[in-house]
Design a protein around this ligand. Structure first.
Ligand code: SAM
Length: 324
């Protein structure tokens, strides 16, 4: 049975035949969409990973790790080189035997902030929107979720996930190369939807938030993690402005605006986490992500400001419920 078929059969067993049918159609349709130019190289690289007995993965510690694969020295070298071919590793860390993938983000730091606010994930059906290579989705399974579906349009991140799962026993985690807008919105499925680090990349915040609401069961929980602006100001990109060197940041709301957006999109019981300034300890270049990182987007003389003179990135976790 292919991975996708397994997911369809789980959805059927959850009485979600409508969803499995619809997803099958969507996956088929999106498979025809343009793939990254390096996809063949990445797939070939992954096919070169040593074939070993699969092991259980550790999901409830900072580093997502798979141990005792018993790679000999040559196999370890091959594996490390292949994993490096899949750079940049933005989210992590992961460890495969003693190969430590020191990603750009110490994603465990964000997860610790998020986890302390989320209702227990035990036995929940979860959607991770903009899941990247699945670091957080793995952690959600580690918290007892029954099924996690991660979606992200990036071929590279799908390949990184495939490389990690090459070594591990199957878990109820499925990453799909899809965008939020590809999912059906006429039937809610999820108990919890995570939208982390993605709202500010959307041109329409309302379309994004209301789609998250549509996918949640009534009373389900949205976990939103995003950048906000201090005070009453905001950032608007009306064309070619950059924020901290990023071209694809469209709007950074202040807290008031964010609360209003959530209410209009159909959320209630809004709980705010503390506001956290992203540190250059949490996001930095490493040998697994060798290009520019947070520090290059900050004013070299004043890290309170971005290089363009805006307030440096401050992030917040918000947890709220969909109206019944
Ligand atoms: C800044 S990363 C955040 C990754 C991770 N969720 C985190 O919090 O660290 C944004 C991710 O969203 C993905 N993305 C962008 N637009 C998307 C969309 N419309 N639907 C789903 N994912 C999207 C990108 O490919 C990227 O992996």
């Amino acid at each position: 049975m292919t991975v996708d078929e397994k997911l369809f059969s789980i959805l059927n067993s959850l009485d979600q035949t409508h969803w499995s049918k619809k997803l099958r159609e969507i996956i088929q349709k999106t498979q025809e969409t343009k793939k990254h130019g390096h996809i063949k190289t990445w797939k070939n690289a992954i096919n070169g990973l040593p074939i070993k007995e699969k092991r259980n993965v550790t999901l409830n510690k900072s580093v997502i790790s798979v141990k005792n694969i018993e790679l000999n020295d040559t196999e370890k070298k091959i594996t490390k080189n292949i994993l490096k071919e899949l750079r940049p590793w933005r989210k992590g860390p992961f460890s495969v035997d003693e190969i430590f993938i020191d990603s750009e983000w110490k994603s465990n730091m964000k997860w610790d902030r998020v986890k302390s606010m989320v209702s227990p994930l035990n036995d929940k059906t979860v959607l991770d929107v903009g899941c990247g290579n699945g670091y957080y989705s793995f952690r959600m399974i580690g918290e007892g979720a029954k099924l996690v579906i991660g979606i992200d349009p990036s071929d590279l991140f799908m390949m990184q996930f495939r490389a990690i799962t090459h070594f591990i026993n199957p878990i109820q985690l499925y990453l799909l190369r899809l965008r939020l807008q590809d999912l059906p919105s006429n039937k809610s499925l999820f108990d919890t939807v995570f939208s982390m680090g993605i709202l500010y990349h959307q041109k329409s915040h309302h379309r994004h938030l209301s789609k998250c609401a549509a996918l949640l069961k009534p009373g389900g929980e949205l976990v939103l993690e995003t950048i906000i602006f201090p005070g009453m100001s905001n950032f608007i990109n009306s064309g070619n402005q950059r924020y901290s060197q990023m071209r694809n940041v469209w709007y950074l709301p202040n807290l008031n605006e964010l609360m209003i957006w959530l209410k209009i999109a159909g959320f209630t019981e809004i709980k705010l986490g503390s506001i956290n300034r992203t540190s250059i300890e949490e996001q930095r270049s490493t040998e697994w992500m060798t290009t520019q990182s947070l520090i290059d987007g900050l004013d070299p003389e004043n890290h309170d400001l971005t290089i363009e003179g805006y307030p440096a990135p401050h992030r917040i976790v918000v947890v709220c419920k969909k109206y019944h």
